[in-house]
Every structure is written in C-alpha cells, then in structure tokens.
Design a protein around this ligand. Structure first.
Ligand SMILES: Nc1ncnc2c1ncn2[C@@H]1O[C@H](COP(=O)(O)OP(=O)(O)OP(=O)(O)O)[C@@H](O)[C@H]1O
Ligand SMILES: [Mg+2]
Length: 406
C-alpha cells in the first residue's frame, strides 16, 4: 500500500508541476530585471558610481537598512548594468561583489578582489598585506576603475575589526592611474558605532538608507514574481493580498514575503490542490516560523540548551522560579558531566533567551522573602523535543526518558 502511495507521489513529480511554472524565480538569489519601488535607490546608486565610466573617482557609499529591503538586489542590479555599459562603450570597469558572510576572512576578501583582475592567489600562504600589494600594482598597471561592494560588511568588521576598511578607503592615496571605490552594505543599524570615526567618514562619503516596504509595495513585488513563478490562475489575488499583509506586518521584509509565497505554493502542490489558498499561506507561515525558531534554538550554546531542557521537564506550561531552575540546572550539569556555571552567568543566559523571545521572565516580589524571577518557556514542546534529540550532549538524557528530578 505504502509502496503504491510512493509510486503516486513519484508519478506526480514526473510530469510538469501543475502549480509552478518556474520555481527558480522564488529562490533567494534570483534578481528580477525590474525592482518595483526601488527606482529611486537604483538611480541614486547609479549616480554615485557613474563617474567610473569616465575613469573618475566615485564617492564611497554606505548603504544600510533592515533585512529584506532590497539592498543586495539593488547593488547587484546596478553593478551588472554598469559593467555592461562599460563593455558597450569600450571602458573596462572592474566590478567585484563580495558577500562578507560567505567569503569570511580579510584574506579572502582581498583574494576575491584580485581574482576580478585575473590574479590568482593561493588559498593560504601569503600575508594579506602581500595580496593587497599585488592587487594595487595590477590595478595601477591596468589603469581602470575598480568598484568593490562589501555586502554584509558588519560580519567582517565584527570578526576582524575595521582595519581592512581603513586600508581600502586609503588606497587611492597611493594610486596614480586608477581609482578604488568601496561600497559597504549592512543591515545592522548599530554597525556605524563599531567603526573608527575616520573609517566611517571615508566609507560614508555618500549614504543611503533603505526603508522597509509597505504592504502595497510588497504586493507589487509579489505580483511580479507570482506571474513568473506560477501557472496562470493558480495564485489568486486574495492569497496574494494575505501574503503581503502578513509580510508587511512583520517589518516589510520582501524575502519573508517571497518565502511565504514559495512555501504556500509547495504546500498546495504537495497536498494536490489546483490553486494556492489562504489556508496554505497560514500553514506556510507556521512552517517558516517553526523552522526559524528551530534554527535559533539548535545553534544556542550548550548551557542555554541545558536551561531549556530543565524548563521543558520541570515546567513546560507553568512558571518556575530562578532559584529552583538553578538547582535543577546544577543537578543536570552533574549528570551530563559538564562544568556548572555561576548563578550570575546563568542569569545572563536567561536574559539572552528572553531577548530572543524564547522565554518570558518576570520579577516577582516575595514580600519579606525578597524578590525572585519567574521564568516561563514560550516555545512549543514539539520544537524543543526536536532540538534536544538532535543535540549530541542532550540526546541521551532526552531519549533516556529522564522526566523528573534528573
Ligand atoms: N524591489 C524589489 N523587487 C523585487 N524583488 C525584490 C525587491 N526588493 C527585494 N526583493 C527580493 O527580496 C529578497 C530580499 O532582498 P535583498 O536580498 O536585496 O534584501 P537585503 O536588503 O539585501 O536583505 P539583507 O539585509 O538580509 O541582506 C530577494 O530575493 C530580492 O530579490
Ligand atoms: Mg543582502
């Protein structure tokens, strides 16, 4: 029987999808030819970089705004267009887009810049200063402008400091024939505070802020993508409006809105519906949230997970006092053979969990017995169970069925 069901499932996937026309256009890295509601930002970005077509120095640019507001899409769109315009008029413009989160290290940032110029750099073995030297002399030799976009630049600065930004924004002082322009992008609104004032002032010769999209703007963005992604008539207007409203109520993030559309479509397809309905959107929302919470929980440090385990076992639906939580935490650490953290440290881990929205904490006044904190967990037991069973330290205790009193 189950084999037949499997056969049916496979059979459904052998033909074309009745729902999707082109699933790829809903991927995170797809950039459409047109970016609705970012016309002004595209133009402004273009204005800053256009002098490179005359081999002039452009201002450095710093772009920031919340996640999913189109910063990466706009940057890649403008870079691509500028590069093609350069080719069209016979001017070489070196454009280099780097995502600092994926590229990771300063060394690899400079290596990526070198590879745009065709210089091969070994994976390791050279000092970053040496790689920079090779970059400078090749650029000087070519005599053409170079634009580097450092996307998610806050990740680089958090890990390595702002030394590389300082060097890159000063490089022009040593170049005679060519010009380097740095574009930094970040969604961390506190990033500026991490920078040395000199670095900040050279990086943000020009500044742009991307605002969150409104519900109507998200609707237009989704409409454009739905037309490309789905078969005609499969994604009704009411479903589209619901996706826009839900996404706009959560910070106007276009990425989340597109995720809702994609996952709702996948759910409808899996359940064999010919159209994507509102209930699929609600289900998609739950799934996305669950996945997101799961990701946050599973990457927590061990001691935070131990605290959650105690909360899960002792009081899945009720509050627990901080004193009792600490006692049970100590006893579980003993069982697991891990070092016990001080009460103070545990209290700061709890604050972090509260900030992430995983637990609720409330100060309770116990009259003449002083004050205590009451803690309550906000995540569903099902999600927690999945996290514990996949954690190398906790899975044994979890599967061992330790219920009370460890
Ligand atoms: N105006 C727009 N038109 C069409 N698609 C858009 C628009 N703005 C954003 N998107 C799409 O939304 C998704 C998120 O956009 P993007 O990656 O540019 O956001 P971001 O501001 O760089 O976010 P983060 O800070 O998280 O990196 C992408 O898939 C992008 O194609
Ligand atoms: Mg981005």
């Amino acid at each position: 029987m189950s084999a037949d069901k499997l056969e049916c499932l496979f059979e459904r996937f052998t033909g074309d999808s009745p729902i999707f026309l082109n699933h790829d256009v809903l991927r995170h890295d797809f950039i459409p030819d047109e970016l609705p509601h970012r016309e002004d930002e595209i133009l402004r970005f273009g204005e800053v970089l256009a002098p490179s077509l005359r081999n002039l120095k452009c201002s450095n640019l710093f772009v920031y705004g919340k996640t999913g507001t189109g910063k990466t899409a706009v940057a890649r769109h403008v870079l691509g267009r500028l590069y093609r315009k350069g080719l069209e008029v016979g001017r070489r413009i070196n454009v280099c887009y780097i995502n600092c989160r994926t590229v990771g290290t300063e060394y690899r940032v400079v290596s990526a810049m070198c590879s745009t110029l065709g210089i091969k750099i070994p994976f390791t073995g050279l000092a970053t200063a040496e790689v920079l030297k090779r970059f400078k002399s090749c650029l000087e030799f070519l005599g053409s402008p170079f634009i580097v976009v450092l996307d998610e630049v806050d990740v680089l600065v958090r890990n390595y400091g702002d030394g590389i930004l300082y060097t890159l924004t000063r490089i022009n002082e040593e170049l005679k024939n060519s010009r380097l322009t740095v574009v930094g992008i970040s969604n961390d609104l506190y990033f500026k505070e991490m920078l040395d004032p000199r670095v900040l002032s050279s990086l943000s010769e020009e500044e742009m802020v991307f605002k969150p999209y409104t519900a109507e703007q998200i609707r237009d963005i989704l409409l454009q993508r739905v037309r490309l992604a789905f078969r005609p008539g499969v994604f009704p207007e009411s479903t589209l409006n619901l996706c826009s409203a839900l996404a706009a109520s959560e910070h106007g993030d276009a990425r989340r809105a597109l995720d809702l559309v994609r996952v709702a479509g996948e759910i409808a397809e899996r359940q064999g519906y010919p159209i994507v309905r509102e209930e699929h959107v609600y289900e998609a929302k739950r799934k996305i949230e669950h996945d997101r919470v799961f990701e946050v929980l599973s990457t927590l440090p061990l001691h935070s997970k131990i605290l959650l385990y105690v909360l899960y076992v002792e009081s899945p639906h009720h509050e627990i006092t901080s004193g009792r939580l600490y006692e049970s935490y100590r006893s579980l650490c003993g069982r697991l053979g891990v070092e016990v953290l001080t009460q103070r440290r545990v209290s700061s881990l709890l604050n972090e969990l509260a900030m992430l929205g995983i637990v609720n904490t409330q100060i309770a006044n116990l009259g003449r017995y002083g004050r205590t904190k009451r803690i309550k967990i906000k995540v569903s037991p099902k999600t927690l169970e999945k996290v514990f069973s996949e954690d190398p330290h906790l899975s044994d205790v979890f599967h061992g069925g330790v219920v009370k009193g460890f």
